[in-house]
Design a protein around this ligand. Structure first.
Ligand code: SAM
Length: 200
């Protein structure tokens, strides 16, 4: 999906993913892991920035990237209004170089928003934006849809794509927005110290 496609969806307020609140799974993760060392985190495909602000509230150096100028504008305004210090950048996560490599990367409905044919690019981008020993926390949307966005995935696909590069620390079915209950799977990965190659 192109930048124009996403920008039009923001301009026309066609944003069914916009829930006005951060991912419940992220809220519970952060409150349940209060002792985690604080560091930098990037949320690619951050939309209006609810998840970025949740990481910022928890004391992380929080950063959001999105391909749509409308999303970055809304995220910046809402963050200023909330009195938080998160930063936002207009960027195509799949192609751009990161401003620096992050300690954490948080996935929430970007993997399902891109074309499935771009998923190798997505894994390469995660490896580019994350520090060598970084952590990748994902709220995965396990729906069957092939006609998206959103495009579905399975745990098997996620395992096959990420386990060559990451060790799985934990997985669980999170609390979700009401219309996604039982459809989400959280995977918490730590990047392997010896990276695997990726084809393509
Ligand atoms: C389904 S929305 C989810 C937004 C946000 N994560 C949320 O849950 O509210 C997908 C977001 O990814 C952004 N996006 C799509 N392709 C992108 C890309 N290649 N790089 C960065 N952002 C992208 C879109 O503009 C949109 O804001």
């Amino acid at each position: 999906m192109s930048r124009d496609y996403w920008e039009k969806r923001y301009r026309t307020h066609d944003m069914p993913w916009e829930k006005g609140a951060p991912s419940p799974g992220l809220v519970d993760f952060l409150s349940g892991h209060a002792q985690l060392p604080r560091g930098s985190v990037c949320v690619p495909g951050c939309g209006t920035g609810h998840d970025v602000r949740e990481w910022a509230r928890a004391g992380f150096e929080a950063y959001g990237a999105d391909i749509a100028p409308g999303a970055i504008g809304l995220a910046t305004d809402k963050t200023k209004a909330a009195g938080l210090a998160a930063k936002f950048q207009l960027a195509d996560f799949l192609r751009a170089a990161p401003p620096f490599q992050f300690d954490w990367l948080f996935e929430h409905t970007l993997f399902c928003a891109i074309e499935p044919s771009q998923r190798d690019d997505y894994v390469r981008a995660v490896l580019r934006w994350l520090k060598p020993d970084g952590q990748y926390l994902a709220v995965n949307y396990l729906i069957p849809d092939q006609d998206g966005p959103p495009f579905g995935t399975t745990r098997d696909e996620l395992w096959n794509r990420f386990s060559p590069h990451f060790d799985l620390l934990s997985e669980w079915v999170p609390r979700s927005y009401p219309n996604r209950t039982g459809l989400e799977l959280m995977l918490w990965w730590r990047r392997k110290s010896r990276p695997a190659g990726i084809a393509g």
